[in-house]
Design a binder for this molecule. Structure first.
Ligand SMILES: Cc1cc2nc3c(=O)[nH]c(=O)nc-3n(C[C@H](O)[C@H](O)[C@H](O)COP(=O)(O)OP(=O)(O)OC[C@H]3O[C@@H](n4cnc5c(N)ncnc54)[C@H](O)[C@@H]3O)c2cc1C
Length: 552
């Protein structure tokens, strides 16, 4: 049968681009198929904050952070909590990935022109013991240029391969089936969608204008996760997290529809850990939405006080930035699907960052001048101030007596009682004046400020929440925001997919979010953050290199 290329890649997101460019670098021909238009090249990664997990990097060392492969692996395993038979390959992927993050990753990216913002962030700080969840040290390295900055080198390589005839893009081609000959996956078929000029990230037309079939020696699935499809999220919602939330917002565009996962499964591929997912609890509804139900995640510093829907402070160590899944589990146990931050203007100014390339014009635009204002400005960054002014989830008042009724009005109930909130905030405020304390969140704030990166741009000087000099007071209603799919196609370290019978399916590879970022779930239950883009890089690279070798 005539082949259209050596390899077909389904999905022009980061994982697909990495795989495709590794194949063309090896001198082979590849077709990259995507249901979206050319304007969406790069998929989710374009929208991302560009945070990547690195271990013992020069950036860390310059800030006095002592990190190592062993410390990172300890943190990874404590967070992943691998506990299933099917965690065999995910665990191997985790070990290999941490080694990549401690080794080749930075140099490989740097050689392609990738650069890093010098202040390393500290995500998922945990708060349990040394063998449990969380990053012992800051490891979240923000790409200079955020999401577009991580897509850039691979788009450049892809365009070069396109111009020398090794790579062909087929946009608006939606794969509906995998094709198999004598047990080997060797093609795809599907629908050609009508041209659509809608802007990147917006929902595009699904009107079919024709059909297509493409043949090759191998197919790589790089179709992303399920976060844009709330029906699938609810269907796979794990019982350990309670009932799926009635209200969710979307942290990903609608094309993250999970459809290709079912199609690949129908061809015989094995999906594992589908009940593991990574959704955020600090979601705010975008006042200027791009995709349906568009929500933005707040990347919070450690000082905001966090209350559940009934006005009880979240228990220790569920402080902002500590343990995403623990927070989700707690919130779902309250019977409500939202919670509240209460903070001051001084806190929002220094501690609120919004995840997403478009929410960080300074870093995305690579402007040192604008970025320096993060440390020196009187107000919060402009996109944060815009949310404060226009966001439906924000309430700003000068006194708690005014704030609490406004919070109740926002959710149309009277669950919050001013006196109860006041008692809890005053108690915390009494603890803040000493450099030592018994309140674990206050201890956490002091700990954060011992790290120079946090002191500079991420953790407000300790102060009383009810001190009018730091006002006004701000309340933010936090929604559950869907984002990442941690389970996926079970694969070996070459990203070759296992079938339902436990045998490798010849010709079939899976990468990126579709493969649970490697192996069918290299994160286990929890992530250390910045590990998703990295999982796309690593699995895409492995698949591309392996597929290029395998095809004749
Ligand atoms: C706002 C935001 C911020 C983020 N910040 C970070 C961060 O700081 N650090 C981090 O590590 N991660 C971050 N992430 C997560 C990360 O960006 C994604 O997990 C990653 O980019 C997924 O890449 P992918 O290539 O696997 O899938 P995608 O980017 O989803 O690409 C899949 C592509 O496949 C196409 N496709 C799907 N089905 C079909 C089909 N049937 N036929 C043809 N084409 C199909 C889709 O149209 C899409 O273009 C963020 C994500 C978002 C949205």
């Amino acid at each position: 049968m005539a082949e259209d290329a050596d390899v077909i890649v389904v999905g022009a997101g980061l994982a697909g681009l990495v795989a495709a460019t590794e194949i063309t670098d090896a001198g082979k021909r590849v077709i990259v198929v995507d249901q979206e238009g050319e304007q969406s090249l790069g998929g989710q990664a374009f929208w991302s904050f560009g945070g990547i997990f690195l271990v013992d990097s020069p950036e860390q060392r310059r800030l006095g952070i002592k990190d190592s492969y062993n410390l990172a692996l300890q943190d990874w395993m404590g967070s992943a909590g691998f506990d299933r038979n099917e965690d065999l390959w995910p665990r191997r992927w985790a070990e290999a990935y941490v080694a990549f993050a401690a080794g080749e990753k930075r140099g490989w990216l740097r050689a392609m022109g990738h650069r890093i913002f010098p202040v390393v962030g500290w995500a998922e700080r945990g708060g349990y013991d040394a063998m449990s969840h969380g990053n012992s040290v800051p490891r979240f390295h923000v790409t200079w240029g955020t999401g577009p900055g991580i897509v850039e080198p691979f788009e450049r390589r892809a365009r070069e391969a396109q111009s020398n005839g090794r790579l062909t893009f087929k946009f608006r081609h939606r794969v509906d089936a995998l094709l198999t000959t004598n047990g080997t996956v060797d093609g795809v078929s599907g629908a050609i969608l009508e041209p659509d000029k809608t802007a990147r990230g917006q929902s595009s037309s699904r009107r079919v204008t024709g059909n297509f079939t493409l043949r090759a020696q191998a197919v790589i699935i790089a179709s992303g996760g399920i976060g844009g499809n709330h029906d699938l999220v609810r269907q796979n919602w794990p019982k350990r997290l309670g009932v799926a939330p009635a209200n969710m917002i979307s942290g990903v565009p609608e094309h993250v529809d999970g459809r290709m996962i079912g199609i690949t499964e129908a061809a015989g591929a094995r999906v594992i850990n589908r009940d593991r997912m990574w959704h955020y609890v600090e979601g705010i509804r975008n006042w200027s939405p791009i995709w349906p139900r568009h929500g933005i995640r707040i990347l919070p510093g450690p000082s905001s006080m966090w209350f559940d829907a009934a006005g009880r402070r979240l228990p220790s160590p569920l402080f902002p930035g500590s343990d995403t899944l623990g927070q989700l589990q707690y919130i779902m146990s309250t019977g409500y699907d939202y919670s509240w931050f209460v903070l001051t203007q001084s806190i929002i100014k220094k501690e609120f960052a919004l995840s997403g390339s478009e929410q960080n014009p300074d870093l995305t635009g690579k402007s040192w001048m604008m970025t320096a204002r993060r440390a020196t400005n009187k107000g919060a960054p402009a996109p944060v101030e815009a949310f404060k002014a226009h966001g439906v989830d924000f309430t700003v008042r000068d006194s708690l007596a005014d704030l609490v009724p406004a919070m109740n009005a926002l959710v149309d109930n009277d669950l919050l009682k001013t006196e109860a909130l006041k008692a809890q905030i005053e108690a915390r405020d009494r603890e803040i004046t000493n450099a030592y304390a018994k309140d674990t969140q206050v201890l956490n704030i002091h700990n954060a400020r011992r790290y120079i990166g946090d002191r500079l741009i991420r953790t407000a000087r300790p102060h009383r929440i009810l001190d009018p000099a730091h006002g006004p007071l701000i309340a933010v209603k936090l929604n559950i925001l869907t984002r990442k799919t941690l389970g996926g196609f079970e694969t070996d370290l070459d990203s070759r997919v296992f079938g339902g019978d436990g045998k490798i399916m010849p010709g079939l590879y899976a990468v990126g979010e579709a493969a649970g970022f490697g192996g069918g779930g290299m994160h286990g239950y929890r992530s250390l953050e910045g590990t998703f883009l990295g999982g796309c890089l690593f699995s895409g690279r492995n698949a591309g290199r392996a597929a290029a070798k395998a095809v004749s």
